[in-house]
Design a protein around this ligand. Structure first.
Ligand code: SAH
Length: 264
């Protein structure tokens, strides 16, 4: 498999991204052969670690490019009171709302929630955590990270923190677009607030449900420089590497980082 000839833009997401298939493919704890989903488990572990750092707390959190997923909010919801989730694609926001409202047919996040509760010390607290996420996510809004105000025509008050997982590298066709997108989403945070990011490195595509999506091939220093260029200081960063052999993607590593927005 190889990357699409033309970088897949928002119209392709809107037309072809099937949230249920995406969730089935990437968000079960073990695959159909019973192999553990180490990619997901590592991301959950690192999110727990990042959202345990000093200073990572406050009133408001914005999740940029949430897709149909909630795993990125499971540790975060212990540190923030109100969450706003943003994504471009209508069907992804709808799928997320289905789970938030506990509607029939919503994805079963229980195994993932249990896993995070175990990391946090008490596996039995999964139902409580699910309720916490459902209560704290106050709005699910459309956004486009390539726009100066990603939530235009809505203007959000600056938040204490933003989290973004696996979004910008999928949304940005080149490094310039990536750098501007970081500035756009960086403007959604207060000075002194934080950015929490999980980004794949050296990936050019990911595929599921017979659809291939482009990914901007990034190196660690490119991401960190773009984050610094958007007015943040990197406080924490960690790389997990993945061997070849996954037919769904050519991802080689994942960079997780926390950065603090400079004052003024
Ligand atoms: N955060 C989720 C979803 C990642 S998939 C996770 O960790 O699994 C990439 C997401 O980026 C999709 O939900 C897609 O709709 C969104 N996206 C793509 N282009 C975008 C854009 N220009 N602005 C905002 N979101 C975008």
């Amino acid at each position: 498999m190889e990357a699409p000839a033309v970088f897949t833009g928002v119209d392709v997401y809107q037309r072809s991204f099937d949230p249920q298939e995406y969730l089935k493919e990437f968000y079960t704890l073990s695959d159909s052969q019973g192999q553990p989903n180490t990619f997901l488990m590592e991301n959950l572990r690192i999110l727990f670690k990042m959202f345990s750092l000093d200073g990572l707390r406050g009133d408001t959190l914005i999740d940029v490019g949430c897709g149909p997923t909630i795993y990125q909010l499971l540790s975060a919801c212990e540190r923030f009171q109100e969450i706003i989730a943003l994504d471009y694609t209508d069907q992804n926001r709808r799928e997320l709302e289905k789970w938030l409202k506990n509607e029939p047919g919503a994805f079963d996040w229980k195994p993932v929630v249990e896993y995070v509760c175990e990391l946090e010390g008490d596996r039995e607290k999964w139902a409580e955590k699910q309720e916490k996420v459902r209560k704290k996510v106050r709005q699910v809004l459309k956004c486009d990270v390539t726009k100066a105000n990603p939530t235009d025509p809505v203007s959000l008050p600056p938040a204490d923190c933003i989290v973004s997982t696996l979004c910008l590298e999928a949304a940005c066709k080149d490094l310039d677009t990536f750098r501007s997108a970081l500035k756009h989403i960086g403007a959604l945070v207060k000075p002194g607030g934080h950015l929490v990011m999980v980004t794949v490195l050296r990936e050019t595509y990911y595929a599921f449900n017979k659809q291939v999506f482009s990914c901007l091939r990034l190196e660690k220093n490119m991401v960190e420089e773009a984050v610094e260029g958007a007015g943040f200081d990197v406080k924490f960063s960690e790389v997990q590497t993945y061997g070849p052999g996954d037919i769904r993607t050519d991802c080689e590593a994942v960079l997780s980082l926390v950065a603090r927005k400079r004052d003024g």
